[in-house]
Design a protein. Structure first.
Length: 189
């Protein structure tokens, strides 16, 4: 683990996000609403990806707590999140922690998957995957690692094609961008 230079703040941020995710997970577990909270967080994640206004709201350090809380409450109602998630978003707004929301969502999904006995794989593709492609990927990963796999999907057009799969510390990179970079490096020398 690297602790020098500008990377030392990443551990603190991950730790903070992890603490919030753990608190939300414990509330959801105690309220027997893990699935509902996970589904709501999925809708929040989609809203962040699809709405530049919502993404700006969670990223902006200059929006007052009151305005952020009101805007988040309205957004939560619009995307139909459950009560636990709605209250949690309000707490994040009040504590000025909305910028940590994407990391909190990832951490929560990991906790929920572990609770179900699954492994979580972060999958980045150049284009959105179809349901059939996701099912085939899950089956392939299950065969490879020997346990059920929950996938956390993201799209990065700069990959050009292929996939990047991250399971814990293991990284499988079959992206065209990486292959082109390797080819260019080999041609140089």
């Amino acid at each position: 683990m690297e602790t020098s230079g500008g990377n030392s703040g990443g551990g603190i941020q991950a730790s903070l996000s992890g603490r919030y995710a753990t608190a939300l997970f414990e509330l959801a577990r105690d309220g027997r609403s893990i699935d509902a909270v996970e589904a709501s967080l999925g809708r929040v994640r989609e809203a962040i990806a699809q709405s530049s206004e919502f993404a700006a709201l969670i990223a902006s350090p200059v929006i007052s707590r009151a305005v952020a809380a009101k805007a988040v409450a309205a957004a939560a109602e619009m995307i139909d999140v459950d009560d636990t998630t709605g209250k949690f978003l309000g707490v994040l707004a009040e504590n000025r922690r909305l910028s940590h929301l994407p990391a909190i969502i990832r951490a929560f999904r990991g906790l929920a998957a572990r609770h179900r006995g699954e492994t979580t794989a972060e999958v980045t593709s150049a284009h959105p995957l179809t349901d059939d492609q996701v099912d085939a990927l899950k089956q392939s990963l299950r065969t490879r690692i020997g346990t059920d796999v929950s996938v956390d999907l993201a799209v990065d057009p700069s990959l050009l094609g292929g996939l990047v799969v991250q399971i814990g510390s293991q990284r499988i990179d079959s992206s065209i961008r990486t292959r082109l970079n390797a080819l260019a490096h080999a041609m140089k020398g």
